[in-house]
Design a protein around this ligand. Sequence first.
Ligand SMILES: *Cc1c(COP(=O)(O)O)cnc(C)c1O
Length: 437
Amino acid sequence: MSADEGDGSADDRAAAEGGPTVRRLADWDRKTLRSLADEHGTPLYVFDPARVRENCRRLENAFPDAEIQYAAKAHTARETLQTAHDEGLAIECASAGEVRRALRAGIPGQHVTYTAVNPPAADLDYVVDAWREHPDLTITAGAADTIDRLEERGFDGRLRLRINPGVGAGHHEKVVTGGHPKFGAGLDRAPDLAARIAESFAFAGIHAHAGSGISGDDLEDHRELVRRMGDLARDLESSGIPVETVDVGGGFGVPYREDAPALNLDAVADATREALGQIEGQLAIEPGRYVVADAGVLLTRVNTVKEAPEMVVGGVDAGMTTLLRPAMYDAYHAVRNLEQGASDRDAVGVTIAGPVCETADLLCENRPLPRPARGDLLAVGNAGAYGYEMASTYNSRPRPAEVTLAGETLRRAETLADVSRLDAPEPTTPRSHEDQP
Ligand SMILES: *Cc1c(COP(=O)(O)O)cnc(C)c1O
């Protein structure tokens, strides 16, 4: 069928198939980003829900038989949750706050999962209350204690068992969860706990999550985790415990470096199916980063340029309080100067530094970039995942706004008044120095 034969344009069809495997920083339209920065100020997160849609579709094409849950903590804007759900994904939540967001976004309880990691009492109280109204929601627990605490609250609904598979993976030691005793019940304890859940709750299967950043290189770790989960599922089945779902977690990587290849989703899917083997239940995955990373960029403006002997330091209005990943994980994010003609300037070693008095407050260090000038607008790539979500008000700095490519506000900018809004009220009579002891 040709492009003008009635089922939409070639672009529409490409979008239905999931669009390009990756959206690079250079693919974002420079003029649009500049006008958004002019209109909304900087720092500013720009997010494109259309790209979320494409990423969901590629996942569904690669994993047609799996239950796909979007790990909401990567980007919790209502529009993101709704877009992912529209595309057929369920929503995996890491806290009471995320469960609340998902339910308020209209996601039906049967498509909401709460993964409890050392859950605070208030989280369990909230989620068990929510379950009374949405009895189809699923809770995932990874410790006998958590199961006790749910039972004490009267919960007897859908409960999934988190397993510590003994293998982990990730782009940085701080995101490897799979082997750490903090997460999940050991494989040796799993049969007893599963039997207990099957007796007192609706056993909703098993779950494991290796960590973040599966790439072509560590597919072996992923394979090993999936293999162990498949074996466990078969063991449980043969002891008479049906396993509805085998959830092998998220962690699908994205190329942060401009020259890194896109993740080969089909290869991951093939490896997953092969390692899983025959199971009675359904495979589930929980990607977060993969769904939203390349759907967002951060815009920031240069305010100070300093020629240091060994590099040029470009001071900008975004920093570790806006985008924490470089400071926390030594993460690499592509940086692009959006000014007209910037690429004609000489390239120098540039360090992009934020306004916080911490050495870690750098978005990049000694990176070859066009010599920055005061007022330049810079874009930071792959900021859609764990960007806005990890922003803080450290240094009493308001968090930035986040808008869509079309200019709609997803979250307004905080003001200085917002930053101190939780402080105790000011005393009604001002105190002078003399009053103090
Ligand atoms: C964070 C998390 C995910 C998503 O990880 P990504 O690296 O963003 O894909 C999935 N499952 C669990 C339990 C998580 O904690």
